[in-house]
Write a protein that binds this ligand. Structure first.
Ligand code: GLP
Length: 240
């Protein structure tokens, strides 16, 4: 696992560059995408580069990590809404080639189908990840099996609390979600994890220092052959 530190602006540009490299080399690449506040700057860089004709997304397929259960794609709290707003509306991707799990019909059957669809598309060429303060990736909470595929999960108190900042009240935060599993994520050919802010510092320290363990979902990434973590000074602050 490689570690790159820098300012948020520098890291946003570097991560976007990694995506551009993959797409320029393979115009029909399969991209694994994430939500949360962290990737917004990366997506802004990608939109800018697309407008400057430095990259074209017309041939790519995208698969998002997760979605809240019970939420309509039209709901402004849905991850589909987020992706349309922060990335898909700013680039030339064909919307029918973008895939976000449906929170409305989140079911075990849909979960199983998602893994098959990704495999049939050729597998994910590059996957971006954020990280929860408890070390979750996508919505794989502590204790998730390393061999998990896409599945429905109950969110932990800490994730509900963290994510409540984006809702009017904590009671509005969905209690369940549908998420790519850890084994699904590990199949990506290249993984970039981005972590900004002091509330990620403990998870980053544990990720760097501890042995892989199911109690820290992100620690599975240490077993991946091509994973780089991009951390700003605050997220790296406990390492100094
Ligand atoms: C949610 C998402 C994760 C994301 C995390 C961190 O829980 N399911 O994929 O990494 O939030 O979000 P943020 O980037 O806003 O800190």
């Amino acid at each position: 696992m490689k570690i790159i530190t820098g300012t948020i602006e520098e890291l946003d540009a570097l991560v976007a560059q990694e995506f551009v490299k993959v797409v320029n080399k393979k115009p029909n690449a399969v991209l694994g995408l994430a939500t949360g506040t962290t990737p917004i700057g990366v997506y802004a860089n990608l939109s800018k580069m697309c407008k400057e004709h430095k990259v074209f997304f017309t041939g790519v397929k995208t698969y998002n990590l997760d979605e809240y259960k019970g939420i309509d794609p039209e709901n402004d709290q849905s991850y589909r809404y987020f992706m349309n707003k922060y990335l898909f509306s700013g680039i030339d991707v064909k919307i029918e080639n973008t895939h976000v799990l449906s929170g409305k019909i989140a079911s075990d059957a849909e979960a199983e189908k998602y893994d098959e669809e990704i495999a049939n598309a050729g597998g994910i060429d590059i996957q971006i990840l954020g990280i929860g303060s408890n070390g979750h990736i996508a919505f794989n909470e502590p204790g998730t099996k390393f061999d998990s595929k896409t599945h429905i999960v109950a969110l932990t108190e800490s994730t509900i609390k963290d994510n409540s900042r984006l809702f009017k009240s904590i009671d509005e935060v969905p209690t369940h979600a549908i998420t790519m599993g850890l084994a699904t994520i590990m199949k990506a050919k290249k993984i970039v994890l981005v972590a900004y802010g002091k509330n990620k510092a403990l998870a980053i320290k544990k990720l760097i220092e501890d042995e892989p363990s199911e109690s820290l979902p992100c620690s599975i990434l240490k077993k991946h052959p091509d994973c780089t973590i991009y951390v700003d000074e605050d997220a790296y602050s406990l390492m100094k």
